[in-house]
Design a protein around this ligand. Sequence first.
Ligand code: KE4
Length: 432
Amino acid sequence: MSDLSTSISLFTKAKRFIPGGVNSPVRAFKAVGGNPIFIKRAEGAHIFDEDGNAYIEFINSWGPMILGHNHPLIREAVIKAMESGTSFGAPTAREVEIAELITQMVPSIEKVRMVNSGTEATMSAIRVARGYTGKQKFIKFEGHYHGHGDAFLIAAGSGAITMGHPDSPGVTEGTVRDTLLAPYNNLDKVRAIVEANKDDVAAIILEPVAGNMGCVLPAPGFLEGLREICDQEGIVLIFDEVMTGFRLSPGGAQQYLGVKPDMTTLGKIIGGGMPVGAYGGRKEIMDYVSPEGPVYQAGTLSGNPIAMAAGLAMLHHLNDNGDVYTVLEKTGNKIVQGIKDSLNTLGLSYTINHIGSMYSLFFTAEKVYDFESAKTADTVIFGRYFQEMLKRGVYLAPSQFESLFLSTALEDAHIDQFLTANEHALRIATEK
Ligand code: KE4
């Protein structure tokens, strides 16, 4: 068992000054037990904790590190930008460059506004959709997570379900009234909700590929069905691509799956690891955003020059090197096939959902196509599996209800180490 003494003492001290000892709940290992690992540095496919233990990375900062950690391209761009100052609170050339690049990479985005997180992006997108349509309500899907904005913390996924309280205290009745819930992959239910709230649904927002209840793919025709409903009813279709944007393809899930939303929210990869979010969409909708239009949204550090430099280095690389996605597809296929082989060897019939460089191993024999089916997973066995993997130097998301994210830094040797650890961890975790 590795020495974790520094992480343990840091966590004890952290809990005196930070709620739960962490700055984001899912990092606290509450769902898997044990002491969270405090990271000292990261490089490529590895992170290193404060006690010097090395781990192969399958979280990649919850998505942003698609090229692996501490990539020289990003590091050098940040260092160079720092020489000119850290923040101006005034427009800069880099913001124009990244906005133009995003509209080229994601053609459904004709105009885009930079913010500082995915939460800000989704909160703003809903406000704009309401302002543009003059309607109040919006539909989200059970198990989808769109950040911690009040209106979204209803049957949310990610940390909200990991902590076991999808409906958070502090969210008012008023907020609940305007948030309508549908089961993912259930078009009939969406149609019924739209009928029951005729002419009062401003938007439908979803993760086009869900990652926050674990990786759950859209059923064939589901996204196309939502597109049709939104066209018929004058509803703004918002793809929350904070996770999938620039990950599944240079144009995100909408390019990969061929369905065009009216608005898109972005985060994670867009900042190359710096705090960046963005929302954008059709010009006629985005022109409602202040100061062009009446819908107010602002941010002191929005478009921050250092963050823009990191984001530009990342997005230019992804836009100019399409082979990144071929490599990720290959790595994903090799890992998933290896897990399937181990499940067969061990006589286990667990479910794997996988697309490109995102996957989840669900500890259930059920098909996982929505929140209810995801919740049939055995989180106790998952917790044991997680700990066995950690002991063998593999750093997975500390929750069954999170997708894993692969990077181009994963080489065959890392994949082999992962697959060897995986078979041992599965065997031990499932011993009666
Ligand atoms: P942030 O506010 O955390 O930057 O983004 C919120 C968000 C919005 N939309 C989607 C689809 C997301 O996945 C997220 C954030 N994802 C989680 C991981 N499941 C962030 C990890 C965390 O909360 O610490």
